[in-house]
Design a protein around this ligand. Structure first.
Ligand code: ATP
Ligand code: MG
Length: 111
Protein backbone atom coordinates (compact mmCIF):
# COMPACT_ATOMS: atom_id res chain seq x y z
CA UNK A 1 0.00 0.00 0.00
CA UNK A 2 2.71 2.49 0.91
CA UNK A 3 4.69 1.37 -2.13
CA UNK A 4 1.70 2.03 -4.35
CA UNK A 5 1.22 5.49 -2.86
CA UNK A 6 4.93 6.16 -3.28
CA UNK A 7 4.87 5.09 -6.90
CA UNK A 8 2.02 7.51 -7.47
CA UNK A 9 4.31 10.19 -5.97
CA UNK A 10 2.01 11.03 -3.11
CA UNK A 11 3.56 13.26 -0.47
CA UNK A 12 4.63 11.54 2.74
CA UNK A 13 1.72 13.19 4.53
CA UNK A 14 -0.78 11.95 1.94
CA UNK A 15 0.71 8.44 2.02
CA UNK A 16 0.24 8.34 5.76
CA UNK A 17 -3.32 9.66 5.57
CA UNK A 18 -4.31 6.99 3.08
CA UNK A 19 -2.59 4.22 5.03
CA UNK A 20 -4.21 5.31 8.28
CA UNK A 21 -7.67 5.42 6.70
CA UNK A 22 -7.08 2.02 5.07
CA UNK A 23 -6.07 0.41 8.35
CA UNK A 24 -9.18 1.77 10.13
CA UNK A 25 -11.51 0.62 7.37
CA UNK A 26 -9.95 -2.82 7.09
CA UNK A 27 -10.21 -3.21 10.86
CA UNK A 28 -13.94 -2.43 10.66
CA UNK A 29 -14.28 -4.97 7.88
CA UNK A 30 -12.74 -7.62 10.10
CA UNK A 31 -14.33 -6.64 13.44
CA UNK A 32 -17.89 -5.84 12.24
CA UNK A 33 -18.08 -7.23 8.74
CA UNK A 34 -16.72 -10.70 9.55
CA UNK A 35 -14.03 -10.19 6.94
CA UNK A 36 -14.16 -8.91 3.42
CA UNK A 37 -12.00 -7.65 0.64
CA UNK A 38 -10.12 -4.55 -0.37
CA UNK A 39 -9.79 -3.45 -3.97
CA UNK A 40 -7.55 -0.70 -5.22
CA UNK A 41 -7.65 1.35 -8.35
CA UNK A 42 -5.64 4.20 -9.81
CA UNK A 43 -8.08 6.81 -11.05
CA UNK A 44 -7.70 9.92 -13.17
CA UNK A 45 -9.82 13.03 -13.53
CA UNK A 46 -8.48 15.42 -16.13
CA UNK A 47 -4.85 15.94 -15.19
CA UNK A 48 -5.38 14.59 -11.67
CA UNK A 49 -4.29 11.18 -10.47
CA UNK A 50 -5.73 9.49 -7.44
CA UNK A 51 -5.72 6.30 -5.45
CA UNK A 52 -9.09 4.74 -4.76
CA UNK A 53 -9.62 1.95 -2.23
CA UNK A 54 -12.81 0.01 -1.63
CA UNK A 55 -13.48 -2.09 1.49
CA UNK A 56 -16.35 -4.48 1.07
CA UNK A 57 -17.91 -7.02 3.38
CA UNK A 58 -21.03 -9.12 3.61
CA UNK A 59 -21.57 -8.45 7.28
CA UNK A 60 -24.63 -7.09 9.10
CA UNK A 61 -24.60 -3.63 7.48
CA UNK A 62 -24.97 -0.32 9.32
CA UNK A 63 -28.53 0.63 10.37
CA UNK A 64 -27.82 4.34 10.96
CA UNK A 65 -24.97 5.74 8.90
CA UNK A 66 -25.22 9.25 10.38
CA UNK A 67 -24.75 7.80 13.83
CA UNK A 68 -21.91 5.56 12.68
CA UNK A 69 -20.14 8.60 11.21
CA UNK A 70 -20.50 10.59 14.44
CA UNK A 71 -17.19 11.16 16.25
CA UNK A 72 -17.03 9.00 19.34
CA UNK A 73 -20.01 6.76 18.57
CA UNK A 74 -19.30 3.04 18.73
CA UNK A 75 -21.58 0.04 18.91
CA UNK A 76 -18.78 -1.92 20.53
CA UNK A 77 -15.82 -1.01 22.64
CA UNK A 78 -13.90 1.06 20.11
CA UNK A 79 -13.25 4.79 20.21
CA UNK A 80 -15.76 5.48 17.49
CA UNK A 81 -13.39 7.49 15.34
CA UNK A 82 -12.48 5.01 12.60
CA UNK A 83 -15.14 5.98 10.07
CA UNK A 84 -15.36 9.68 10.90
CA UNK A 85 -11.58 10.01 11.04
CA UNK A 86 -11.12 8.19 7.74
CA UNK A 87 -13.58 10.51 6.09
CA UNK A 88 -11.49 13.51 7.14
CA UNK A 89 -8.27 11.96 5.84
CA UNK A 90 -9.37 11.54 2.25
CA UNK A 91 -10.83 13.68 -0.52
CA UNK A 92 -13.81 11.49 -1.46
CA UNK A 93 -15.64 9.19 0.91
CA UNK A 94 -18.58 6.99 0.00
CA UNK A 95 -20.42 4.68 2.39
CA UNK A 96 -22.88 2.21 0.91
CA UNK A 97 -24.52 -0.23 3.24
CA UNK A 98 -27.59 -2.45 3.35
CA UNK A 99 -28.71 -4.00 6.63
CA UNK A 100 -28.43 -7.75 6.39
CA UNK A 101 -26.34 -7.60 3.23
CA UNK A 102 -23.12 -5.76 3.91
CA UNK A 103 -21.08 -2.60 3.69
CA UNK A 104 -18.80 -1.00 1.14
CA UNK A 105 -16.68 2.03 1.93
CA UNK A 106 -14.85 3.68 -0.95
CA UNK A 107 -12.18 6.32 -0.37
CA UNK A 108 -10.17 8.37 -2.85
CA UNK A 109 -7.19 10.61 -2.31
CA UNK A 110 -6.07 12.85 -5.18
CA UNK A 111 -2.48 13.83 -5.67
N1 ATP B 1 -18.06 -2.71 8.05
C1 ATP B 1 -18.95 -2.48 9.03
N2 ATP B 1 -20.03 -3.30 9.18
C2 ATP B 1 -20.95 -3.07 10.14
N3 ATP B 1 -20.89 -2.05 11.03
C3 ATP B 1 -19.85 -1.20 10.93
C4 ATP B 1 -18.82 -1.37 9.94
N4 ATP B 1 -17.94 -0.36 10.08
C5 ATP B 1 -18.37 0.38 11.10
N5 ATP B 1 -19.51 -0.12 11.63
C6 ATP B 1 -20.31 0.46 12.75
O1 ATP B 1 -20.00 1.83 12.86
C7 ATP B 1 -19.50 2.11 14.18
C8 ATP B 1 -18.46 3.21 14.09
O2 ATP B 1 -17.29 2.73 13.42
P1 ATP B 1 -15.89 3.39 13.76
O3 ATP B 1 -14.83 2.71 12.98
O4 ATP B 1 -16.02 4.87 13.60
O5 ATP B 1 -15.73 3.12 15.31
P2 ATP B 1 -15.31 1.77 16.07
O6 ATP B 1 -14.81 0.75 15.10
O7 ATP B 1 -16.45 1.38 16.93
O8 ATP B 1 -14.12 2.27 16.97
P3 ATP B 1 -12.63 2.67 16.48
O9 ATP B 1 -12.45 4.11 16.82
O10 ATP B 1 -11.75 1.76 17.24
O11 ATP B 1 -12.55 2.44 14.99
C9 ATP B 1 -19.00 0.79 14.72
O12 ATP B 1 -19.03 0.75 16.11
C10 ATP B 1 -19.99 -0.21 14.08
O13 ATP B 1 -21.19 -0.25 14.81
MG1 MG C 1 -13.40 1.20 13.63
Amino acid sequence: MRKLAQELRFSLVDQTKMITAASELSRNTIVYGRGGEMRWEIVTKGAQTGLRLAFEDRGPGIPDTNLALTDGWTSGSGMGIGLSGSRRLVNDFELRTVVGEGTCVTITRWR
